[in-house]
Design a protein around this ligand. Structure first.
Ligand code: HEC
Length: 179
């Protein structure tokens, strides 16, 4: 078969496509069939409310995901960064994302990962931060979002959504700003 692929473009292309689709099936279709927990919501996960969904739409519209990921990987640097007062955060698992359509995992970490940021800050912190991040974090490259802060509907919606992030796992019970 390998010599055929060497000598014939059709075999080489056909073989490459077959392997590509096999790889796709094994990494996307097969895992949820083998491990059924992937499709089940985590015990603490609730479907988004209307206001949280509105906030999520703002998150998408404003491109927050250009700079922020939502996945705590299996790296010590991630669990420490998302940790809280010496307690490492749990890593992300598929059952935390079953209501996320489309998911906001993101790829680029210009800013910190947000998968555990729910409950980390209160509304007033977010108000000051969205108005001008540099007021709280000198030198921050996060842009100000005054049009969100000044909108009586959009600001509470975005904060409501942000506060849901990472809530499926109750790992920071005593120090939560907003339940
Ligand atoms: C140009 C990149 C960029 C964009 C776009 C951006 N951010 Fe950020 N964000 C950052 C950086 C860098 C930080 C870290 C410094 C700081 O806190 O300001 C940050 C910090 C944060 C934090 C605090 C995280 C923590 O653990 O302390 C939150 C919450 C946040 N951003 C939410 C958002 C939301 C919501 C949006 C969209 C409305 C957004 N960001 C858009 C770059 C960005």
């Amino acid at each position: 078969m390998f010599s055929k692929a060497d000598n014939s473009a059709a075999w080489a292309v056909g073989g490459a496509l077959a392997l590509f689709f096999l790889g796709g099936l094994i990494t996307t279709v097969v895992p949820p069939l083998v491990d059924k927990s992937w499709g089940r919501p985590a015990p603490g996960l609730k479907p988004y409310t209307e206001i949280q969904l509105k906030g999520r739409a703002i998150y998408v519209r404003e491109g927050c995901w250009y700079c922020h990921t939502q996945q705590t990987r299996t790296l010590v640097s991630d669990t420490k960064r998302s940790g809280w007062r010496g307690v490492d955060s749990p890593i992300s698992t598929p059952d935390e994302f079953v209501y996320d359509k489309p998911h906001m995992f993101g790829t680029k970490r210009t800013g910190p990962d947000l998968s555990r940021v729910g409950g980390k800050y209160d509304t007033q912190w977010h108000r000051t931060h969205f108005r001008n991040p540099r007021d709280l974090v000198p030198g921050s490259v996060m842009p100000p979002f005054p049009w969100i802060v000044n909108d009586p509907v959009e600001f509470p919606a975005l904060v409501a959504y942000i506060q849901t992030l990472g809530r499926a796992k109750d790992w920071r019970p005593d120090h939560d700003y907003e339940k």
